[in-house]
Design a binder for this molecule. Structure first.
Ligand code: SF4
Length: 433
C-alpha cells in the first residue's frame, strides 16, 4: 500500500535516445583549445565559446552568435551544449524552494534543489535557528544555494533516504553535474539574482565519483568559467575514508561535510550502511586530519529520527566523538519518506539535542527541511517517477529496517554485508541504469 505521507507516483516518461556527444560545459582545461586546433580553428575562439557557455549560459550552439555559422555547426556536431533534456520544477515553501527533476539523455533522472534565503533575519525559512550558515558562521546577505547531485541514484542505501531506496544508477558526467548549476543560474538570472553557494548533497555519494566532482568544482571556481569561489562550495560524504584522505592531500578550498547521522557504530551500521566498511571512528579520524591539514572546519550533518538517533545517549556520544575538533554539527529533522517505519524528531527534541551538544562544547545549528510541502525530500521526485515498488519488496524492506534497528538498539554491530550496489560502485563497476 502506498504510504499516505507521499504523493501518488507519476508514470515514468518515455526513455530518450542516448546522445554520445560529450557535454561542452564538462570539457577539462585546454579541451576546447585542442578541439579547435583539430578543427583548424584559431585558439581565440575558445574564449568566445567559454563566454557563451558560462556568461551567456546559452542552451544551444546556435545561440552563440559571436561565432561563424560553420563553427556553431561544428560545435553542435561534436558536443552537447546542454546535457539535461528536460526539467520539471516543483516550487515549495512559499517560493523559497525550487526542486528540479532533471531528465538526462539516457533517461536517468536526477534532482537539484535551489533554496532562496532572504537577506538577514533570524528564523528565516531554511536558515539555522541561530541565523548561521551551514559552516556555522553568521550569514547576513541574501543567498541562493543550490544542492546538486553527483550520481543518478545512490549505492550507499541509507534507509531514511528516498534516493537510497532507488539504488545506484550511474555516475554523472562532469557536464551533467555542471549543467544542473547552469540551469539554476538561468532561472536566477531571470529574477536578477545569482547563485551564491553550491553544495554536493543531492543524489549520490560524491566521493564515489570524485574525479568528476573535482572537475566540476574546478569549473565552478574558475574565473573564466562559472567564477564561484571554492569557499562557497560544500562537498559531502557519507564516509568514504580513502576519498577524504585524497581530498586532504589535494587540500581543496571547499568545505568538507560528513553525513554522520549516528555516533555509535551499531546504529550507524543501519543508518549509513557504508559504516560497515569504514566505522565511525575511522571516518572522524580522517575528517579530523583533514581539518588539521587544511585549517578548515568540517561540517557534520545529522538527520534526526524520532526515537532512533535523537536520545541523550546519542547526543553525548556525538559530543564525545567530536570533542576538541574543528567541527560544527547541522541537525536536520528527517524528511518523511515512503517505506520506512520512522518519523522526524519533534522540534522540541531537536532543540534539546542541540542544547546538549552545545553543553558538551560542540557547535550545533538546527536546519529546517526544505520542500516538504511538495513531497520533495531528496530522491522523492525521482522515486515517484520510478513507480511504486511491489508490495512484497516494501514489506521486506520495512522488516529489514526493523530487524536491523533492533540489533542496533541492543548495541550489537551489524552482521549484514554491504548492499550489493555499494560493493559494485566501490569496485568501479557500472550501475544498473
Ligand atoms: S543519504 Fe546520501 S549517501 Fe545516503 S543513500 Fe541518500 S544520497 Fe546516498
Amino acid at each position: 500500500m502506498t504510504d499516505p505521507s507521499t504523493p501518488a507516483r507519476a508514470p515514468r516518461p518515455p526513455k530518450p535516445i542516448p546522445d554520445p556527444r560529450p557535454g561542452l560545459s564538462g570539457l577539462p582545461d585546454g579541451g576546447l583549445e585542442s578541439w579547435l586546433a583539430s578543427e583548424g580553428q584559431p585558439a581565440y575562439r575558445a574564449r568566445q565559446i567559454r563566454d557563451g557557455v558560462w556568461r551567456q549560459n546559452a542552451a544551444a550552439a546556435e545561440d552563440l552568435l559571436t561565432l561563424p555559422a560553420a563553427l556553431r555547426a561544428g560545435l553542435d556536431r561534436s558536443f552537447r551544449m546542454d546535457t539535461i533534456a528536460a526539467d520539471e520544477v516543483t516550487v515549495a515553501d512559499g517560493g523559497l524552494t525550487e526542486k528540479s527533476l532533471h531528465l538526462l539523455s539516457d533517461g536517468a533522472l536526477v534532482e537539484s534543489v535551489l533554496m532562496h534565503y532572504p537577506a538577514r533575519g533570524f528564523g528565516r525559512a531554511g536558515a539555522g535557528e541561530d541565523g548561521r550558515g551551514s559552516d556555522g558562521r553568521p550569514e547576513h546577505r541574501e543567498r541562493h544555494t543550490l544542492c546538486i547531485s553527483s550520481q543518478a541514484g545512490c549505492a550507499v542505501g541509507c534507509p531514511f533516504c528516498a534516493t537510497g531506496e532507488l539504488g545506484f544508477g550511474r555516475d554523472l558526467e562532469t557536464a551533467e553535474i555542471l549543467d544542473q548549476v547552469r540551469h539554476a543560474a538561468r532561472r536566477l538570472a531571470a529574477r536578477k539574482a545569482h547563485l551564491t553557494n553550491v553544495v554536493f548533497m543531492g543524489m549520490g555519494e560524491p566521493l564515489l565519483n570524485l574525479d568528476r566532482v573535482l572537475e566540476a568544482v574546478a569549473a565552478l571556481s574558475d574565473p573564466q568559467r562559472f567564477g564561484l569561489g571554492a569557499r562557497h562550495v560544500v562537498v559531502s560524504t557519507s564516509g568514504v575514508v580513502p576519498g577524504i584522505r585524497r581530498l586532504t592531500e589535494i587540500n581543496p578550498q571547499f568545505t568538507l561535510a560528513i553525513s554522520l547521522h549516528a555516533a555509535r557504530d551499531p546504529l550507524r551500521d543501519v543508518l549509513v550502511p557504508l559504516n560497515r566498511r569504514w566505522p565511525v571512528a575511522e571516518v572522524v579520524a580522517a575528517a579530523r586530519a583533514h581539518a588539521r591539514v587544511t585549517g578548515r572546519r568540517v561540517s557534520y550533518e545529522y538527520v534526526m529520527i524520532s526515537g532512533v538517533n535523537d536520545t541523550d545517549l546519542d547526543a553525548d556520544a556525538l559530543s564525545g566523538l567530536l570533542h576538541g575538533d574543528l567541527a560544527h554539527v547541522n541537525l536536520i529533522p528527517m524528511n518523511p519518506v515512503a517505506h520506512t517505519p520512522w518519523q522526524a524528531s519533534s522540534p522540541q527534541r531537536v532543540t534539546q539535542f542541540a542544547a546538549r551538544l552545545r553543553e558538551g562544547g560542540i557547535g550545533a545549528t538546527v536546519r529546517r527541511n526544505r520542500g516538504q510541502d511538495a513531497g520533495a525530500a531528496c530522491g522523492q521526485l525521482a522515486a515517484n517517477r520510478a513507480g511504486e515498488p511491489p508490495a512484497p519488496a516494501v514489506a521486506h524492506r520495512r522488516e529489514l529496517i526493523v530487524r536491523q534497528s533492533e540489533v542496533a538498539m541492543r548495541g550489537d554491530r551489524s552482521v549484514e554485508s554491504l548492499p550489493a550496489d555499494l560493493e559494485a560502485a566501490m569496485a568501479g563497476r557500472k550501475g544498473k541504469r
